[in-house]
Ligand binder design. Structure first.
Ligand code: ADP
Ligand code: MG
Ligand code: MG
Length: 255
């Protein structure tokens, strides 16, 4: 079993007005096998948390730590984080011009595992995963994300998740812009990856919709750069009914 631990994390960004603190002391412990939902209103810092775990250079950690089985994640390059078993699905997946999906997946898998996957099983695995995610076979020869619809990008994101087999997945707004059918297909993919018991998930979302298909054991309410409440799935149900108003008012913002 592996543990991803975030301890009293403070993160700032440079703005035209100077340094602005976005994360104001975030602490979380996620173990493989667990699903944690982070839910909060827009602008509360959810994507900042995801990007900081991913190692995005724009975000400066001013104090606190992120460790994976005791190893300092903040000291790792983006590539090292992937090799250590972190998978970060971005809210806006990037296009990679001139690189086909097939080449990208194989190159990334090789980089993550430190050795090339056996060609016969790999080709079969890719095809099976694509079928399950209802990704058309001709996507294999298309350039990464080039001209993909929002829903197609999300499916390809989950394709990577299933093939790379990370220890921890951070999924930021994976549900945004998906119709119900796509949401189901994508959620099934996450649930399949979970069924192995070897992955922990941080599911970041504004809406409760995806939680009908992916069931978190732990729910963290995130407001103004901090976790303000923690609970089980019943907390997500309450947020669905009541929204975030009570927290936002409590955080001192204009109510
Ligand atoms: P969420 O994902 O919860 O909507 P974000 O992490 O995207 O929140 O943003 C948190 C806060 O940080 C917001 O007030 C946002 O405007 C600000 N912020 C995030 N990134 C930047 C940036 N690159 N430049 C300026 N402000 C930013
Ligand atoms: Mg945002
Ligand atoms: Mg966001």
């Amino acid at each position: 079993m592996s543990t991803l631990e975030i301890k009293d994390l403070h993160v700032s960004i440079e703005t035209e007005q100077g340094e602005k603190e976005i994360l104001k002391g975030v602490s979380l412990v996620i173990k493989t096998g667990e699903t944690h939902a982070i839910m909060g209103p827009n602008g509360s810092g959810k994507s900042t948390l995801a990007s900081t775990i991913a190692g995005h250079p724009r975000y400066t950690v001013t104090s606190g730590s992120i460790t994976l089985d005791g190893e300092d994640v903040l000291e790792m390059s983006v590539d090292e984080r992937a090799r250590a078993g972190l998978f970060l699905a971005m809210q806006y997946p990037v296009e990679v011009p001139g690189v086909t999906m097939t080449n990208f997946l194989r190159t990334a898998k090789t980089a993550i595992d430190g050795e090339a996957p056996a060609l016969r099983t790999w080709t079969k695995d890719v095809k099976a995963a694509m079928d399950q995610l209802r990704i058309d076979a001709d996507f294999a020869q298309r350039n990464v994300n080039e001209g993909f619809s929002g829903g197609e990008k999300k499916r390809v994101e989950i394709l990577q998740l299933e093939l790379f087999k990370p220890k921890f997945a951070v999924l930021d707004e994976t549900d945004s812009g998906l119709d119900v059918d796509a949401l189901k297909v994508v959620s099934e993919g996450v649930n399949r990856a979970h069924a192995t018991g070897n992955m922990g998930t941080l599911l970041i979302t504004h809406y409760t919709r995806i939680l009908r298909y992916i069931k978190p054991e732990f729910v963290h309410v995130f407001v103004d750069g901090k976790v303000v409440e923690q609970g089980g799935p019943e907390l997500a149900d309450r947020l669905e009914d009541e929204g975030y108003d009570r927290y936002v008012a409590g955080a001192g913002s204009a109510a």
